[in-house]
Write a protein that binds this ligand. Structure first.
Ligand code: ATP
Length: 252
């Protein structure tokens, strides 16, 4: 598989707080990699740095052979990296339709190439509940509907690499299922996805690899080995892994 993203010794700070301490990460085209780690391990910070929202203090981010660590967010987006952030960050006063169309502007080349209104239809077909509410302000949607809109808005930018930060957070089990069905569909279409997700059971079943966001590279690698061993054991429990999702718990 072709390497799409190569992160080396990346460090990101908030003033005195070093939130990402020298992480390495490789993503190959078409992979779904889950990024796991305890609260405050720096997962969201890493995704924001990959999306160009935070500027790393040092380290390298190579995407499709190009160094992008110092690119501002709009240039990163133009290369096809799109973040669906934790907490959705929609324009609450704007309609569902306008939020979708604004997603297309994130990647200007894509906006020029393909007619955004046609792509809106595709997303409204995927989540019919959004079609019913297309002229309502995004702030009036339920949490699950907002998550559908946030993902759809991200997809409007036609990402090559989709960064999903806790897409199931706070959602009812049925909606979680719908979000994961969408992730499955995107994978079938060959999209590369980096996923931060606390729904371990649903995430583990789908991933091609697991990656930890740890205090430093050394600790992260050790943790990764432990997690991989656990993952192998988990995969033996096929009944559990392939079982009924009607009861979705927080710990997996
Ligand atoms: P969680 O699972 O709780 O979302 P996380 O792994 O995503 O955690 P981050 O949100 O990236 O972790 O936070 C990493 C560290 O950076 C934490 O110590 C957090 O308190 C700190 N941090 C995050 N955002 C800011 C900010 N805007 N200003 C200062 N410190 C921050």
């Amino acid at each position: 598989m072709v390497t799409m993203l190569e992160v080396r010794d990346l460090r990101v700070r908030y003033g005195a707080i070093e939130a990402v301490r020298g992480i390495d990460l490789t993503l190959r085209q078409g992979e779904l990699v889950a990024l796991v780690g305890s609260n405050g391990a720096g997962k969201s910070t890493l995704l924001k740095a990959l999306a160009g929202i935070l500027r790393p203090v040092s380290g390298s981010i190579v995407f499709d052979g190009e160094e992008i660590a110092k690119f501002p967010a709009h240039r990163v987006a133009s290369r096809g990296i799109v973040l669906v952030p934790e907490g959705r960050r929609l324009f609450a006063d704007q309609t569902v339709l306008d939020n979708l169309l604004l997603g297309a502007y994130r990647r200007r080349n894509a906006y020029r190439q393909a007619r955004p209104h046609d792509r809106v239809e595709e997303h409204l077909d995927r989540f019919p509940v959004l079609r019913e509410r297309r002229d309502r302000p995004a702030g009036t949607l339920s949490g699950g509907q907002q998550q559908m809109l946030a993902i759809s808005r991200g997809l409007m930018a036609q990402p090559r690499l989709l960064l999903l930060d806790e897409p199931s957070l706070g959602l009812a089990p049925l909606l979680v299922r719908q979000i994961f069905d969408t992730i499955d569909e995107l994978r079938r279409r060959g999209m590369t996805i980096l996923l931060v997700e606390q729904m371990a059971k649903l995430a583990l079943r789908r991933i091609t690899r697991l990656r930890t966001a740890g205090a430093d590279t050394c600790v992260a690698e050790q943790t990764l080995l432990a997690l991989e061993a656990n993952l192998k054991r988990l995969q033996k429990h096929r009944d559990w892994l392939q079982g009924d999702d009607s009861v979705v718990d927080q710990t997996g």
